[in-house]
Design a protein around this ligand. Sequence first.
Ligand code: COA
Length: 678
Amino acid sequence: MNTFVRFERDRDVAVVTIDHPPVNALSPGVVEGLRAAIEQANVEAEVRAIVVIGSGRTFIAGADVHEFQKPTAGEYVAKIRATLSTIEDSAKPVVMAIHGAALGGGLETAMAGHYRLIAPSAQVGQPEVKLGLIPGAGGTLRLPRLAGVAKAVEMCAFGAPIKAQEAFAAGIVDRIVDGDLRAGAVAFAREVASQPVRRTRDRQEKLANADPAIFSAAREQASKKWRGQTAPLAAIDAVEATTKLAFADGLKRESELFYQCLRSPQAKALIYAFFAERAVTKIPGISGSTPTYDIARAAIVGAGTMGGGIAMAFVNAGIPVLIKETGQEALDRGMTNIRRNYARLPQEAADQKLALITPQLTFDGFDQADIIVEAVFENLAVKQQVFREIDGISKPGAILATNTSSLDIDQIAVATKRPDMVIGLHFFSPANIMRLIEIVRGSAIRPEVTATAATLAKRLGKIGVIAGNCPGFIGNRMINVYGREAQFLLEEGATVEDVNQALFDFGMAMGPLAMFDLVGNDVMRDIAAISSTAARSPLVLPQLCAMGRLGQKTGKGWSRYDESRKPSADPEVAALIESTARSAGIERRIISKQEIVDRCILALVNEGAHILEEGIALRASDIDVIYLTGYGFPAWRGGPMFYADSIGSSNVVARIEEFGWTPAPLLKRLAAKGKTFT
Ligand code: COA
């Protein structure tokens, strides 16, 4: 048909193959080719049925997201809709053969067919909400007709893909095909060739009597899970409209809602974030041909919260680990935590994972490890001592990684005879869950080690972002200025609750002082100490630490916590802040919510600009990915740098100057030229 879509004949069955690597997105050309192929098959008299299949690793990963960023997005989506109508209108049965994934526009295409077959390992989903969108090509109409209203609401509003077995049970696919999918699909096509076609749009049985409680419950859940986001609610509205309108009117309603979403700043931010996440793997000087080391076995020093979490991250990717502690009690505690974590799994799966972990008090077997990750106390001398030891016993070619969150990688590397093999892998807690790893490069590092770390991050199912070596790297260096600003606001008159609420309402997962209390005020104090060169220091944090008010772990910090860790305002803290501020001669006043948000967020932006200019981050979008995946920044705002761009660099500079700060030189240059970070 064209370069993206092949049309072949297997006797009386037309086989239409989409061949648009890497993921067969419905790019321009694919859409037209697919339509032309269906038309061709309907014209050729010998053809009795049609199979649509994807070549390479997947069926169709969705609409081409790049097209959504163009002014022609409307025409593009209209073309997809027209192609899907052609498929559904086909007089000859169309059998969709799904392997890999049918996501978004991919599932919509599949549902426009008359039958769907699926490989056992494949998955289907409507993940558009993650891009700030809803299905725009009939997904909110066809999915409830196949899967029922409740399932469709769940899939369209929450976006999680489902596996083949679940898709079959829900009625989305007609058969699971083991073995050769194409052969199975062609045989199936022959089976159904002489039967009248069953069009999804005509199927009504699962739409009747939809319980209104499905929608209200989903709205409540979506408002919690996707706080601040509009697309999930629009997706629910669209499915609800499906239950009330004829197909053609429902399509119109879906289309209106889709365009509302597409035009929203939220979709722009989320689509930006989608590509930003994928850009992190593009590292200057490193390519697909850069050699990498095989990582078949790992060893971890330290079985505390971080060490245990990192061990689980490796094990979850099928990599066996040795985990070493200095004392039996600490080792037992670490293993108890790991076991408690795996207790949520079925017994057999938990046993399999635990069998990959060897707890020990010695370095036995560390000489076999391909990577050793140090996760001990955050203290340079302690870490240097560990690196001297592991350097002495590990095999040549083993990578030595430190999980430091802020210390100088070069100073750790010099404790070894192989500084070129030393790297920072800054996991975030809980390390088995959080997707972010900062991959920190020291000055001596070999490109092969960086390339291996990047590949390893992907294998662990994580996002590895490259960071340069400076105190706090990217994430914690920025969180320091953010946390400082939050504390200055308290000294100047805001309450702990004002500051937490303002940033929570901005969309942060939690307020800054709630974050301090969660991480531990002692930990935050130590992180701050590493890079503190600023003239003004927060006055209250050291006092809280001295009082043992370390946060949730001691039941008291900036707030008071009950047994279920629910916070409440603590008058003692309010009094302490006030008296400290007064004795330091700080003028107290009423501070607006806007000022609280601007000072904290623009502090992040200004520091981000310094980090970018110093080359500590490779690109502004890497900073955003770190904040989205590691620090609870609202995804629908795109990250601090994208947020700054959405306000405009000259407005950011003006506001920063109002606060009496010095704008970062890069920020000033951007403002002068009317440019943006991203
Ligand atoms: N449109 C445009 N490009 C897409 C795309 C889409 N729908 N889906 C993936 N890509 C691109 C990625 O940007 C990446 O490009 P790059 O190599 O230039 O960075 C490449 O395809 C591979 O994607 P990646 O995500 O790295 O591969 P993966 O194997 O880890 O995951 C998928 C494959 C399909 C699961 C994943 O890409 C995905 O979830 N895609 C989006 C699906 C979606 O949201 N569809 C709804 C759109 S309506």
